[in-house]
Design a protein around this ligand. Sequence first.
Ligand code: NAP
Length: 247
Amino acid sequence: MLKDKTAVITGGVRGIGKAIARVFCENGANVVLCYRSNDAEAEKTADELKEMGTEVRVLKGDVADPETAKKIAELIKTDFDKKVDILVNNAGITNDKLMMRMSDEDFTKVINANLNGAFYMMKELSALMVKKRSGSIINMASVSGLKGNPAQVNYSASKAGIVGMTLSAAKELGRRGIRVNAIAPGFIETDMTAVLTDEQKDNAAKNITLGRLGQPEDIANAALFLASGMSSYVTGQVISVDGGLIM
Ligand code: NAP
């Protein structure tokens, strides 16, 4: 479905990003993955993905730093003939605290990584997509950005920002052949949710219509749809993949 396409996936070496990278490679895409700190996981993921026979590049860099997006754009120009077909802004962090205990830094750090990072990446890579008049950008939102969550004003604000940014970018870029959509995952079992106790997970599952937490592959399948020609008439949408958590 993605034969000879090139995809950039931020936070692509573990969790949801890794599942997206795997399904993209299985479908023939070359991938460029960026991560912030986990070198061991990056190397392991790259080795696993390379077995599928497509090009796999891994780049260490903090998306909150605009230089990272510039470095990725440079890699696309030099090594991929200036062609990037898919961007998945997946990198994200949480730093949950009740607002009364949340420092300015706690707030800003999450916004810088989750929202500013996606902006820097969209700005650099959409400039390359515009030249080819085609592309699909997928931004990772969250149910937390749609309905709010206690102790997550920083994270909810970043994810609500992702939704607004997705809609504006979709309107800006549609006439240039670029589609921009977002996915709003519910509770997905990754390192990010591993901090929850079994009791908290059981309680969460009780509020989910399908009665279970999601797996990274549930999100990866939605990303494959949005990345591929299967969604060629879909833009400016926020697709909730949450087992019916909010509806
Ligand atoms: P995860 O398991 O914690 O993995 C996050 C990935 O993002 C890691 O590869 C990490 O790199 C990378 N990353 C974090 N901050 C970065 C930065 N500043 N620069 C570059 N890379 C960075 O998270 P996940 O659960 O897969 O979540 C992926 C996305 O889905 C996030 O945007 C998250 O907000 C969203 N989401 C998740 C859930 C859920 O239930 N899991 C629900 C809703 C939305 P390192 O490995 O180097 O740290």
